[in-house]
Design a protein around this ligand. Structure first.
Ligand SMILES: [Zn+2]
Ligand SMILES: [Zn+2]
Length: 137
């Protein structure tokens, strides 16, 4: 039973939205939608929690354990990890690039160019090196 959900007695006959069993009037619950039995939460092992009726709990557990489902969740997880790794690598690359520019005596902002048309709104000249392109001590 869900702690934060209020289950109202089902006044009308209908179909359980979770297991599709027919629910006669006076049986099951109504909570925005008809359910045939108490609601339960099932966690998929990846932080996703789905609600279902007690009768469909086993089916949902089996679905979460299915090869296809696990493969799709693993793919999402791997993509997230790759994205995080890429961001961390890009951050490291920027630090190294900055260090290399400093070592060669070039401005770490403009890379030695001194100016860029991208900065036309602020006068096109690099504010860090004042347009010299040289590393600022
Ligand atoms: Zn049901
Ligand atoms: Zn500069």
């Amino acid at each position: 039973m869900l702690s934060n959900a209020v289950n109202y007695p089902n006044k009308y006959s209908g179909e359980c939205v979770y297991c599709h069993n027919t629910v006669p009037a006076g049986f099951g619950f109504y909570n925005g939608s008809t359910s045939c039995a108490d609601l339960v939460e099932v966690e998929d092992g990846y932080g996703r929690i789905d609600v279902t009726c007690k009768n469909a709990e086993g089916a949902l557990i089996n679905f979460f354990a299915s090869k296809r489902y696990v493969a799709s969740r693993e793919a999402v997880k791997a993509a997230g990890e790759k994205r995080r790794a890429d961001i961390a690598q890009a951050k490291k690359d920027r630090v190294v690039a900055k260090k290399n520019l400093k070592a060669t005596g070039l401005c770490t902002r403009c890379g030695g160019a001194g100016r860029s048309d991208n900065w036309i709104a602020t006068g096109s000249v690099c504010f860090k090196c004042d347009g010299t392109g040289k590393s600022v001590k």
